[in-house]
Structure formats: C-alpha cells, structure tokens
Design a protein around this ligand. Sequence first.
Ligand SMILES: [Zn+2]
Length: 459
Amino acid sequence: MKFKIILYECDKSQKINWYLSSEHTLACRVPLSFMLGQDTTHETICDLVRREGGAIYKYLQVLNKGYYLTNKFKYVGVEYSNKSKHKNKIILDNLLEGLFLANYEFNRHKTNFKGTAFNISTTFNNPINSASIIGACIARDLVNEPLSHLNAVKLSVVLKKLAKKSGFHLEVLNEKKIKDLKMGGVLSVNKGSIAKPTFNILTYKSKKSKRKNPIVLVGKGVMYDTGGLSLKPTPNSMDMMKCDMGGAAAVIGAIYALALSKSNCYVVGLIPAVENRPGGEAYVPGDVITMMDGSTVEVLNTDAEGRLILADALHYAKRYKPELVIDLATLTGAAARTTGKCGLVAMENYRKEIFTDFSDHMQELIKSGNIVGERIVVQPFWDDYKDELKSSIADIKNLGGPEAGHITAGKFLEYFVDYPWIHLDIAGAAFLQQDYLYHKTGGTGVGVRLLVNFLINNN
Ligand SMILES: [Zn+2]
C-alpha cells in the first residue's frame, strides 16, 4: 500500500502546515512560490521545509504502527497538487531531503531485524541533492561503525570500494610511507595502538574543471579516542568515542557525492587515520615530538591528539598550493559547549584582528550552512590566544589554558598553515544521543551537505 504526500501552496503569511486528508494521504502546505536567492532571509526556508520532512516522517511512523496490518504502508510518494500553480523543485527536494535523512537506519549489527524504514519513491529533481544525501548517509554509517569493525586499515579498504563506485582517485599511504614522510604527529598518536595508521588521499577533478589548484579538505580520522595515557574518565565519556572520525567521515561523504554526481570541481581530501590508546609504546605527557614540517611539539595532554594528526595533514596540503583548505574535526569539548548540537564553530586566518570582517570563502560557507541546515558560528581568532601555546622546551605545546579551548586548538593548527584556511570544529553536531530533527541517534553526517553545497557554488 502506498502513502501520498500532496504539496499545496501556502501564502507567505502562513506557516508551513500539514494534516491527514484521508487514510493514506497527507496534505502539506509549503511556500511553493519561494525562489532561492530572492533575499538572504529565505535561506532558512530550505531548512524549515527539510525539518517538516523529518517531522512528517516521525508522524507517518506512528500512524503506520497504529494501522491494521492490511492498511499498513511501505511506500511513500510526494507529488504536487494539480491545484498548485508553482512546481517548486527546491521546496520539493528539501522536503525529500528531510524525509530521506529521517528515514535512515543503522541496523547492520542486528540479527533478524526487520527495518521500519519507508520506501520513498519520488526522486530528487537535482541529482546533486540525492548524491549529497547518499554521501551524508555514508558518513553516518562510518561514524556509527564501531572500532571492532572499522579501524584505520579497514577504513582504507572501505575507501577503495567507495572510490570505485563513485569515481574519485584514492592513494593510501601505509605506515612505512608515513614513516618515510616523517609524520611525527600521526605516528606519535598511534604509538599506543596495535593497529597501523593510514594516510588517505582522495582526489576528484571533473573533466570540466579549469582549476589549477584544488580546494583541499582535511578530516580528523581518530578511529577511536581513549585519550591515550591522559585517559578519559570511564563513566560515559568514552562511550561515543568511535565518533572521533566524524571529520574524516564528512570529507569522505562529500567527495563521494561530488564524484558520484560528476560535479564540476577540483577537490583533494586528506585523511590521517589513527587510534589513540594507552599502551606500552604510547606517547606520554611531557614528550617532545617532531612533526612532519620539522617543528617540535611538547605534548602536555595525550587527549589533545586530533590537532597533532591534523597538523601533519595541514602541512602535507602545502604541496597542492591550495586555493583554500577546510579542515573538519570533532576537536574540542569547548566547541561542543559553544553550539551544542545546533551548529558548528568556525575560525579562519583572514584579517583575524578585525573580527567583523570575514573572507569571501567564509561568507559563502556561512550561506551554504544556512541553506543545508548546518549553521556556522565564526569565532574570534585573535593572536592573543596563540600566546597560550608557548612551550618552555619546544617550539609550541599542544595545549592552551582552560578557557576558549576550541580557539587555542585552532591556533595550534594555524601554526602549520601558510594558505587561506578555514577550521570547522564539529564536535557538537557530529554525534547525537537522541533523535533530533531529521537526524537519528548516532552519527549525523554533518559537514557533507555543507561541503557539497559550498564546493558546487565555488567551482
Ligand atoms: Zn582526544
């Protein structure tokens, strides 16, 4: 049995609303006359519609549960009412996105489990939207997969399959190559682990792209973070630490989506993948390590490990003479405390003493964030914060003071950067303990749709 969602026009003064109009039909009033780009306040309409998609999904699940067996439905379709003047593809796609994202299930480790997901039959108007939903769900899968099934080496195996399926190019550097390159950050963090680290390079350049220099995306791939010898306190704080590769998952999902949809862009993804564990060989607080760029870091807390592996990747990015580098990382608790699950924090090395003046790239990224519902809050990036990283025995230390920890973490990364750069700390939004809007408990795939939207608009 099929369930139909029929779209009607609501005028500007009306709120989006919907109601059950017959046993298997929902009438849904949405602003079909809305056009993207009319004015910037309209950016948020996209996400309002997407959120309704998520709400409708939840309603349909409850409804279906209550129906007699013969009246239950599996298929859900969305169509325009023949009364509506406008056939608005943006609105339709956003509603579908909400439905599709909410329809996600991660049940591959449940035996004999019959999923409750619907079969949503209407296809997207814009192929990039369906590709970015697929990419977001791949990122969610990667985040939800526990360490027992996904360590750094296994991630590279998954990447090979994804590369083949979508058409991006993959190069995997193994431990020997990582040693040859003297990636001291990557090697030190992984020292306590039996599993080997990998450094993954994903490249996608469309035939149409006239770009000489790529936009480089860097994703933190700490497959599991115990904190190392600076062990996290056991009650609860380690339970979700499989999500510490949420940045890597976002980069992978985005490049997969761009390659799959053959979008016009030139993008390189760099993913250092490690495990942070205590162990006989583990690096210790107080150690001084030499990074790939030759500088020395005094390690004062082994739980500030993400920045160490990112620093090597950011240095590696210099060889591309990138037009822009964006890194994504579940980096700090301070970032999570700033926005919670509702957004991401961003920093950039652009005229950072004048906090109100953002680069064009940052302005574009903020706009993309509003459209896809992954909102960005730019943080101050004054050099005063840098002073906290002074070390008495090495060039720099990996830990600042107790305040503004997300910004001092950003300042640490900035030390390894000599190109236009944006740092996104996604610690608050990457993983949920409860369903929220069109996201299920677990990985959200945050960053994928943001990056895809930004990159197709800046090709
Ligand atoms: Zn950590």
